[in-house]
Design a protein around this ligand. Sequence first.
Ligand code: MBD
Ligand code: FE
Length: 304
Amino acid sequence: MSEFTTQELLDHVKSRQISPGNERVRAITARIVGDLFHTIDDFDVKPDEFWAAAKWLSQLGEAGMVGLITAGLGFDRLLDIREDEADLAASRALGTPRAIEGPLYIAGAPLYQREVRLDEGNEGKGETFVMEGRVLGLDGQPVPDALVDVWHCNELGRYSHFDPSQPEYNLRRRIETDAEGNYRFRSFLPPGYAIPPDSPVSELFALLGRHGNRPAHIHFMVSAAGKRALTTQINIPGDTFIDDDFAFATRGGLIVSLDKVDDVSAYASLGVTAPFTRAKFDFVLQDAQAAAEEVPGGRYTKAA
Ligand code: MBD
Ligand code: FE
């Protein structure tokens, strides 16, 4: 076996091939491995430190928390910034700002026409909240039969499917807009989210001197024929962490205004009997430039 310098080792790692492989994957892997070799050199990383990091990565995967770390280290927001930049570069009109999907979306939530009680089975938890509005095109025209897929955490900041104590699809619903593009739902104002304590993620964040809190938010995936599917979130104003989101996802255009509704007569079908808090919000969708852009669905569905 030959003796290698670090550079020779890197050259070998990059160049060994028994078949062409994939050029892009080869180039990106070579860059990442090279950068890590240099990081280990520059910081004089010791074997114990390297293996502690490798063990941490394994635990992160076993805990199903890779998606939490990507959000917390800014990668999810980075991808949104890059999509925005691509739209600007292509002179593509922007609709409602996109915001990260996060790692907690589940496809296939129960589907309803025009309105729904998102908080079914959660009666009495939190402050009664109704969100309503329309799905619009860039031209301001309503989009009939658009799909509004909505999900948020429970009163303890936990999401169904990731928290075994909650029923299937708790606080997750899909709403199809009516002919005028209207949707509305009743729920409660959710609290913020905090990363699980005693987890690989909290371990790293403690070492970074960072908190792991997200401000109160509600997730949406909005789609319609001929429109580009939109993944976004709205923020509830007044949260301590609104400008200090651990996932860097808060955006100005997505902080809703809350108003108090005293006349509940128009909300009987949602079972509202007392004054409640409301947010009005219209989603504006871009035009799809290719059929693939219309397809809603979680990030792993679309990933190759
Ligand atoms: C969440 O609720 C969330 O939306 C993100 C992005 C990361 C962790 C928890
Ligand atoms: Fe969330």
